[in-house]
Design a protein around this ligand. Structure first.
Ligand code: FAD
Length: 474
C-alpha cells in the first residue's frame, strides 16, 4: 500500500483560495480549517510530512451524502487530490424522501464548507414544535429542527463536489474492486448493504441485527407545519407515522407498526399502490385527506425492516467504510445522514493531518467508532421503545408523549413540568419564541447568511431554495 500523504509540497489549500460559485465569498473565517492548517504547518516545520503534490487517487464507491461530503471535505483541505465518486443510479434518482437534522450539523457544515452549507440550509424546511396525535387527541412537544429532501441534498453536494474538481460518475455499478487497483484509497460509501464490505468477507467483523417492526418510507402532499407523530388504532392493532416537511410541497411520512398489525391489515399481501390507499384511509384524519406518495427512485416504495449494521473495524488494507456501510442507526433517531457527514469530515481531516495512510485510517476508525457508540446505543433504545409501544399507549396522551420524548434517558423533574406547561397555548408560544431566539443566535454564530438573523419561516426559505435547480424525486 502506498502512503497517501508523503511530500511537503501540498497543492492547494482550502482557506485563502478563491471560492468557486457554490462556495461564494463568505465573511466569516473557518476556525476548524484554520486550526487544522496551523497543525499541518506545525507538523511540516517539525519535519513530519503532511500533504503531497502527487496525484493521489481516491475512489468512493456510492454517491450518497457520505461519499459526496467526504469528497468535498477532502478537496477543501487538499485541492490536489484525485477523487472519483461512483454511483449506480442516474443523477437525481434516490430512495426515500426528506431527512431531518439539527443545528449542530449546520455548525459542522458551515465550518467545513460554508457555500454548500448555505445551500443546504436554504433548501431545508424548518419545523417548529412537535405534535403527537392519538386518534383525535393532540399534545405538543416544544422542539424545532430542519429537514431537507434527500434529492435536493444530493443535488447540492453533487454540484459542489463537481465544482471542486471531483469526478462524479453516475449509472456505474461497482461489483468488484479489481478495476481500482491504481487507487491509493477506496472509500466504501455504498450504504447499509455495502457490496464493498461484503467483498471483504469477515475482515470488518460485520454484525447485522434486524428490527421487529416493518416500516415504509413514503411522501405526502400534505405539508406538515410541525413534526407530527400520529398513532391510529385499527382492529388489528396500533399503526403510526412520523411526518415532517421536506420541501414547500412535500412532507416525509414514515409508517410503522407491529408485524401482527401489518399482517392483520393485509399489508403483507397488498401491492404498494393498494397498501398506500389503505394507509390513506387509516390516516385520513391525520393527513386531512391528503394523498401518500409511494414511489421513490422510479419504483414503488417497499415495506422493510430496519437492519442495524455494526463493524468491529472500519478499515482494512486501503479500504475504509463510511456512513451506512459502517453503521446504521434506527430512523426514529433521525441521525444516519448526520453521522455519515461527520464520518466524512473526520476521514478528510485524518487524511490531511496524518502522514501515513494506515495511521490516518486508524485515527478515523478510532475517533468515529468511539463517537458512534452512544448514538447507536440510543438508537437501539429508541427502536425498542417503538417495538413495545402498546404498553405506553395505555397512558394519558400527555404522559405517553413525554415518555416518547425521553425514551433515550431520564430527565430532570422540571423537564416534565415544562412539558405540561407546553400544552398551554400561551406558554407554548413563549417556548417557541425562546427556541426562535436560540435558533437565531446559533445561526448568527455560525455566520448563516441565507436567513440572516433567522427571521424567516421554513416555508419561505424552502420556497427560495426551490427556485434553484434541484434533483427531482424519482
Ligand atoms: C425511513 C428512514 C428515515 C431516515 N430519516 C433520517 C433523518 O431524518 N435524518 C438522518 O440524518 N438520517 C435519516 N435516515 C438515514 C439516512 O438515510 C442514511 O443514514 C444516509 O442516507 C446514509 O448515507 P450514506 O451516504 O452512508 O449511504 P446512502 O445514502 O445509502 O448512499 C449509498 C449510495 O451508494 C449507492 N450504491 C450502493 N451500492 C452501489 C454499488 N455497488 N455501486 C455504486 N453505487 C452503489 C446507492 O445507490 C446510494 O446512492 C433515515 C433512514 C430511513 C431508512
Amino acid at each position: 500500500m502506498r502512503p497517501l500523504l508523503q511530500g511537503s509540497d501540498r497543492q492547494g489549500t482550502p482557506a485563502g483560495t478563491p471560492r468557486p460559485p457554490l462556495g461564494g465569498p463568505h465573511p466569516t473565517p473557518n476556525p476548524t480549517l484554520t486550526a487544522r492548517r496551523g497543525a499541518a504547518a506545525a507538523m511540516r516545520s517539525s519535519g513530519r510530512a503532511v500533504g503531497t503534490g502527487h496525484a493521489r487517487k481516491i475512489v468512493c464507491v456510492g454517491g450518497g451524502p457520505g461519499a459526496l461530503y467526504f469528497a468535498i471535505a477532502a478537496k477543501r483541505r487538499d485541492a490536489g487530490l484525485d477523487i472519483t465518486v461512483i454511483e449506480r443510479d442516474p443523477p437525481g434518482a434516490t430512495y426515500g424522501w426528506g431527512v431531518g437534522y439539527g443545528d449542530d450539523l449546520l455548525d459542522h457544515l458551515y465550518r467545513n464548507d460554508p457555500g454548500s452549507a448555505e445551500a443546504v440550509r436554504a433548501a431545508s424546511a424548518l419545523w417548529q414544535d412537535q405534535e403527537v396525535r392519538r386518534g383525535e387527541e393532540t399534545v405538543y412537544l416544544g422542539r424545532y429542527g430542519y429537514s431537507i429532501a434527500r434529492a435536493s441534498l444530493l443535488d447540492i453536494l453533487t454540484r459542489r463536489a463537481a465544482e471542486l474538481g471531483v469526478d462524479v460518475q453516475h449509472r456505474r455499478k461497482v461489483d468488484d474492486l479489481a478495476e481500482f487497483a491504481e487507487a491509493d484509497l477506496i472509500v466504501a460509501c455504498d450504504g447499509a448493504s455495502s457490496r464493498v464490505r461484503q467483498l471483504h468477507g469477515d475482515h470488518f467483523g460485520t454484525r447485522l441485527e434486524v428490527g421487529r417492526n416493518p416500516y415504509i418510507w413514503l411522501g405526502t402532499d400534505k405539508v406538515f407545519p410541525r413534526f407530527t407523530f400520529a398513532f391510529e388504532p385499527t382492529p388489528a392493532g396500533w399503526i403510526w407515522f412520523y411526518a415532517y416537511p421536506s420541501s414547500a410541497e412535500i412532507s416525509t411520512c414514515v409508517v410503522e407498526c407491529a408485524p401482527e398489525t401489518w399482517r392483520g391489515l393485509g399489508l403483507d399481501t397488498l401491492d404498494t399502490a393498494d397498501g398506500v390507499r389503505l394507509l390513506e384511509q387509516v390516516f385520513v384524519s391525520a393527513l386531512d385527506g391528503h394523498t401518500l406518495l409511494g414511489r421513490s427512485r422510479g419504483e414503488p416504495a417497499r415495506w422493510q425492516h430496519f437492519t442495524e449494521v455494526r463493524n468491529a473495524t472500519w478499515c482494512h488494507d486501503n479500504v475504509v467504510l463510511l456512513g451506512d456501510a459502517a453503521h446504521t442507526t434506527h430512523y426514529t433517531l433521525g441521525s444516519g445522514t448526520r453521522l455519515a457527514l461527520l464520518d466524512a469530515i473526520e476521514l478528510a481531516h485524518s487524511l490531511y493531518t496524518e502522514a501515513e495512510l494506515p495511521a490516518a485510517l486508524q485515527a478515523y476508525d478510532r475517533r468515529r467508532r468511539a463517537a458512534l457508540h452512544p448514538v447507536q446505543a440510543a438508537a437501539r433504545t429508541s427502536m425498542a421503545w417503538f417495538e413495545h409501544l402498546d404498553h405506553y399507549l395505555e397512558q394519558e396522551l400527555v404522559d405517553f408523549a413525554y415518555a416518547m420524548s425521553v425514551r433515550q434517558g431520564a430527565q430532570a423533574p422540571w423537564h416534565y413540568q415544562l412539558h405540561r406547561a407546553t400544552q398551554v397555548p400561551v406558554l407554548r408560544r413563549v417556548r417557541r419564541e425562546a427556541n426562535t431566539g436560540l435558533r437565531r443566535y446559533l445561526a448568527l454564530r455560525r455566520g448563516e447568511r441565507v436567513l440572516g438573523a433567522g427571521s424567516t419561516t421554513g416555508r419561505a426559505a424552502t420556497t427560495a431554495a426551490l427556485a434553484a435547480p434541484a434533483g427531482h424525486q424519482r
